[in-house]
Structure formats: C-alpha cells, structure tokens
Design a protein around this ligand. Sequence first.
Ligand code: C2O
Length: 511
Amino acid sequence: GVIREYDFTISRSVIAPDGYERPVLLVNGAFPGPLIEANWGDKIIVNVHNNITGPEDGTGIHWHGLLQIGTPWEDGSPGVSQCPIAPSRTLTYEFIADLFGTSWYHSHYSGQYSGGLAGPMVIHGPTQSKYDIDIGPVMLSDWHHKDYFELVEEMLAPGGSPRVFSDNNLINGKMNFDCSTVEPNDATPCTNNAGISKFKLQRGKTHRLRLINSGSDGEQRFSIDGHVLTVIANDFTPIEPYNTNVVTLGVGQRTDVLVTADGPNSDGAFWMRSNLTVCTAAKQPFAVAAVYYDDADTNELPRSTPWDAPDPGTCANDDLAITKPLFPMAVPEPTFTQTMAIELFTNASNITLWKFNGVSMRANFNHPILPQANEGNFTFEEEWNVLNFRGNSSVRLVVVNKTPGPHPMHLHGHNVYVLHEGPGDWDGLKIIRPDNPMRRDVQIVRGNGHLVLQFDANPGVWGFHCHIAWHSAGGFFSSFIVQQDEVVRMRIPQTVWDTCREWDAWTARNA
Ligand code: C2O
C-alpha cells in the first residue's frame, strides 16, 4: 500500500451553513471537513493539531468503522483509547485502511462533532457493481443552531430533557432556513435562502452516491424523486444489490446506492430529499438538494414530486432479510453472551440520564481504559462502565431497549454480525441467515425492541455506545476489553503516553 498523509488543524470558527450564524469547530476551516481518500490496504497518517482557543478545549478524532487491528490506540476515542489532545498540541494518527467503502471521521470528545467536527472518508476497493461515475460523499446531517456545549449543559441540568431538538437538516452542509421562525429576542445574524447543494448527473449514466448520516441525533430517510436506488453497500459491507425508493440511515451509518439518470421529467431536474424520521426530535426535519442532468437548466428549481412512501414509523433499518452480504461469512457459536439493557432514569438531582447495562457512564479523560489495561491495571471505577470479555473469541450481545426511542448502536474496532432485530424481546433462537448474517458497524435497535449482535474478538479496548451524540454524552456508553492478555502485551507508542502527559499538565493548570 501507499501512504496517504493529511494535516488537520482543529479550530473555532463562526459559520452559517443554513444562513443562521453559529460557533463551530472545524478541520482546516472546512465544513464538512476535508475528504480522506485511500485505497484498501493503504496507510493513512493524520497529524491532528489542536488549535482550539477561546475557550481552549481538548479533542480527539475517531476513524469510524475501521478495525485498527493491532493498533487500538489509534482509534481516537478520548477516555477509552487515549487522553484528549491538549490545546496547542499535536497527535499523529497512523493506521491501515483495513476495510473498504464509505465512512467518515469525527471528533469523539463530548458532543464536539455536532459542532461541525466531521468529514467523509472513502476507501476504494474491489467492486462487483457496474457504474459510470462516482459522485462521492453525500453527507446527511441534522443541524443545531446552538453550540454542543450549551446543548449538553441544558440536557444535563436538573429538569433537563434527554430529547435535544435539531433546528435544521443539511445535505453536504447546505440547506435553506426560514429566519422568521427564530425566537423574537434572538439577535443572531440570519439570512434566508442560504442555498442548497446541487448534484450533476449525466443522462443515461449510472452514478454511485455514498450516503453518510453524519448527524448528531436524527435518523434519515433518503430518496430522489423519480429514481430507484440500488443499494450496494451498508457501512463497510458490500451487499447483494436490491432496489428501493427510500433508504433509512441511523446516525453513523452509511449506504452506497447506484442511481441511473433516466428519471421521468424531461427537464432533467429532480429533488433529492432526506427527511428525519418521526422518531427524531427535529424542528425542521426536511432536507433537499437539487439533482440536475447535464442538459438541465440549473437556474430553475426542480418541479418533481416525491415518492409516495410515508414514514412507516418503525424507525428501524431496512429488513435484515434483504440486506445480504456479498461475501458470505458464517457466524460461529458464541463463547459468551452478554445482555445489555438500555434504560432512562432521573437521579436524585432531577437530572435525566441513560443507563447502559445498569450504569450511567462518566468518562475519566485523564485515565483512559486502554493504557491502563496495557499496564496491567484491570480495576476500574464502576462509573467508567467497563466490561472485560477476557479471552473470549466470539461474544454475542443481546441489546434490550427499555426506552421508547430507537438507538443507532455502534461498536468500535469490529465489523459486527447483526443476527436479529425487532420489537419486544428476542426469542433467544431466531437468527437471520446464520450462514451469512448482515455485518456492519452501526445498527438501529428500535424503541422497546431488541437487537442481537455478535463480534469476533479483535484485541483492544473498544467503545460500544449509542451514536446519538446527546445520548452518549448522557451516559449511554460502555467500553469493552477484548483479549486482555494480548492488550497487556501491546506496545503502545510513546506519542500516546505523551498525549496523556500533556493533557494531565493542561488539566492541572486549568483546575
Ligand atoms: Cu462514529 Cu464511537 O463513533
């Protein structure tokens, strides 16, 4: 493989992607952040420089969905795999593009990524499907007008609500906003008709779109008027192609679709739509972008009508029976089974928090789990919510959602088998295609439903959490120690230890 090197400078800025100005954190001043592009097997090096000032803050960047085989310390999860990168400090990440397809990177520190700190990642690999043009990333993200810090503070205040409402919905960082809907006492600069994203298709040709839900909260239902979507991959897993009018993506999920420019309107102009589902806390759930054929008048707005495809209200992913991996892998018998209950509770101070497997997680950024385990320390505070799976080679996770809302469940460092999903409890038996179950890194567990996952051990320490930024910030997070003997034997690079020393020094100065 080849080496792909990037320099990322993280800094504060003020932008108005939808016309309403807000403070953000950006990579190299760009929103969405710059594209990371590599071929399967390449080495990716990213020098991340924390230039966050006024006020200063830590950060850490996670390369979503990659396995980090033998390099779990490169996973970018502060409190788990590393300490936050202290202000004015640099950490160089180095890892292999060990899976191929569409993904993204994002800050994994507090709710930072809801403030703009995210970008696309494309890893080219073999493909079975024929298409003419790769359109590249299409990032779908709900958008909040307040800074993440303020939203987390409101949510975690006594009497605060765990439902954090988004203000808008963006496609590749753009959408219009109706400034007349802001609170009358809100003097924030706001411009109507900020503009939408535009996509160019060539008439008659087949295009690949790489959909990424890079939002903080909302499930997206994506469609293009008059065009059938052929789904060819979910997360990093190529699947047997199937056709649909609408595809659902939970936060963190990716879906690659093929679209042929043979739509019904002769003007060659169509709306691309992404709607937040009925389960999402959203003030303005609709995102649009314009799709133009090469011969269309791009000064005219499309006049196309949407598919007649009402939100089914289940707030689940597409049926596992139809999402079938192209390269079969049978699921082995699990050597251990862990049940993980999801609960909401209100504590003595009237703060509503999440419990995952009975614990509401509080991170200790000065003492991340992986470096501790590497030094042979396996006694953790209960509130860090660590599960040690020791030498187990394949662990089954039965996720039981005792709350009414759906949760996009994400396990780091693994391409997870998705064995079953549905309302109510699992019957303990049923598995969808044990000889070739779906595999991905995020899967939605529906409200009051169950989700059965399984992973083959990749040595390291890995977060398992709800990808809704507000939920993980509210304690819905656990860390798994996988193959502890191997974790103890790992040689963690000096840069990771240095990052902790720098963070310790910075927090001591600012205590
Ligand atoms: Cu996309 Cu734990 O993250």
